[in-house]
Design a binder for this molecule. Structure first.
Ligand SMILES: [Zn+2]
Ligand SMILES: [Zn+2]
Length: 399
């Protein structure tokens, strides 16, 4: 860099310090941003010039992006972005002038420069005047979409190979933490991601005014509901010729919540609470195990806590979750024993009610009570005495 440049930079730094120390705080944000963006464009050209003369090689860096990133305290992505803009602005003189004058912002210019770079040998198809027109008229996100579209039209093969490269980055990790919770982290391809988001969004809607869950909690519940639904529908591929299911291991004494007995144990997981075990026992397959001196001497035939004929009758009677205002249909609901199965509650129609995943949990873990009153059900919150009637025609959260 020349001494003249360094002198100008010192003057500029002094001007910035003076500006930052100004007494009057209010400035026009549009003009302020335009000034910063035009500087960012100039910085990109400076970074590119340094790359051309190989300054990064002198300091032992393999790439100019890593050198800029380290020297200027930027991420590699940001540094690579400036280098791309700097390189493209050398030939996109109209775009460079529009950025310098504040006519278009840095992010819009960056979108145009990346498009031009992606086009490679087909760069001659880039119509600078037309693309600059789009940058003036559209927001940054709209312009990015236009650039993607233009890329697809001009270079379908390149677009395809980029999309395939993005697709190869898909991943999903599910790991269990020490407290039993599962951590989920990943990247989905555009089609799977859109399908997943659509399905989860539908299930994550707030369930009435009394639903106190925050959005992220509703999203997490929706993922669980989606997985349980898929398992319960029995349409998932069999594994080792068995339908996918969750195993619960426990003694009847544990289910009854008796003191001093070992807790229930969920497959691949930590022990679970008696209330949760009781919820799972509302609709599961049980096998009676006979023990003698801690040795298993007999395992009875596996039977469901609600027999298939009773289940069919219950589905016809309730048609979906019976909690007032709930929209879950029959296929998204499970039987709940009003008097718990472990406390001798029978698996017959008068003792059963259909509840969705969320409301079933609300009853067991959330302490709500279900009271049968004739042909209707009343749901009573744990800390209130106000009775709520089950849904009837047109009834919604009615007291
Ligand atoms: Zn239940
Ligand atoms: Zn419900």
């Amino acid at each position: 860099m020349s001494r003249e440049g360094e002198t100008s930079l010192s003057e500029f730094e002094a001007a910035v310090r003076k500006f930052l120390a100004r007494g009057e705080r209010s400035v026009d944000p549009k003009r302020y941003r335009a000034a910063i963006d035009s500087l960012d464009g100039d910085f990109s050209v400076v970074a590119r010039d340094a790359q051309k003369i190989g300054e990064h090689l002198v300091s032992g860096n393999i790439t100019a992006a890593s050198w800029i990133a380290r020297t200027c305290g930027m991420s590699i992505t940001s540094a690579a972005d400036r280098l791309c803009v700097g390189e493209q602005l050398e030939s996109l003189t109209k775009v460079a002038a529009a950025l310098a004058s504040g006519e278009v912002g840095y992010q819009s210019v960056s979108a145009l420069c990346h498009l031009r770079e992606q086009l490679g040998e087909k760069g001659c198809l880039f119509d600078e005047e037309e693309m600059l027109g789009f940058a003036r008229e559209h927001s940054v996100s709209e312009l990015r979409k236009i650039c993607n579209y233009a890329r697809h039209v001009a270079d379908p093969d390149g677009f395809f190979s980029d999309a395939e490269e993005s697709f190869s980055r898909r991943r999903l990790h599910i790991s269990q933490m020490l407290d039993g919770l599962f951590r989920v982290d990943g990247l989905l391809d555009p089609v799977s991601g859109a399908a997943f988001k659509t399905a989860v969004d539908v299930l994550a809607k707030r369930k009435g005014l009394e639903d106190e869950r925050i959005h992220s909690q509703r999203m997490a519940d929706a993922v669980g509901e989606l997985a349980l639904h898929a398992m319960e529908q029995g349409t998932l591929p069999r594994r080792h010729s068995v339908k996918p299911h969750i195993n619960l291991t426990m003694t009847l004494e544990a289910l009854k919540g008796e003191l001093g007995v070992p807790p229930a144990d969920l497959e691949l997981s930590l022990p679970i609470s008696t209330r949760t075990a009781e919820r799972l026992a509302c609709d599961c397959t049980m096998s009676r195990v006979l023990l003698a001196d801690s040795m298993v001497i007999d395992v009875g035939r596996a039977t469901r806590t609600v027999s298939p004929p009773t289940m069919r009758a219950l589905r016809v009677r309730d048609k979906g979750c019976r909690f007032p205002g709930c929209d879950r249909q029959v296929n998204w609901s499970n039987p709940h024993h009003i008097i718990a199965w472990s406390r001798g509650g029978p698996g017959n129609l008068p003792n059963l009610v259909l509840l969705c995943y969320y409301h079933h949990r609300l009853v067991h873990e959330g302490g709500w009570q279900v009271i049968k009153s004739g042909r209707e059900f009343r749901f009573m919150p744990p800390d209130r005495v106000v009775m709520r009637r089950a849904r009837g025609p047109g009834l919604r959260w009615a007291a």
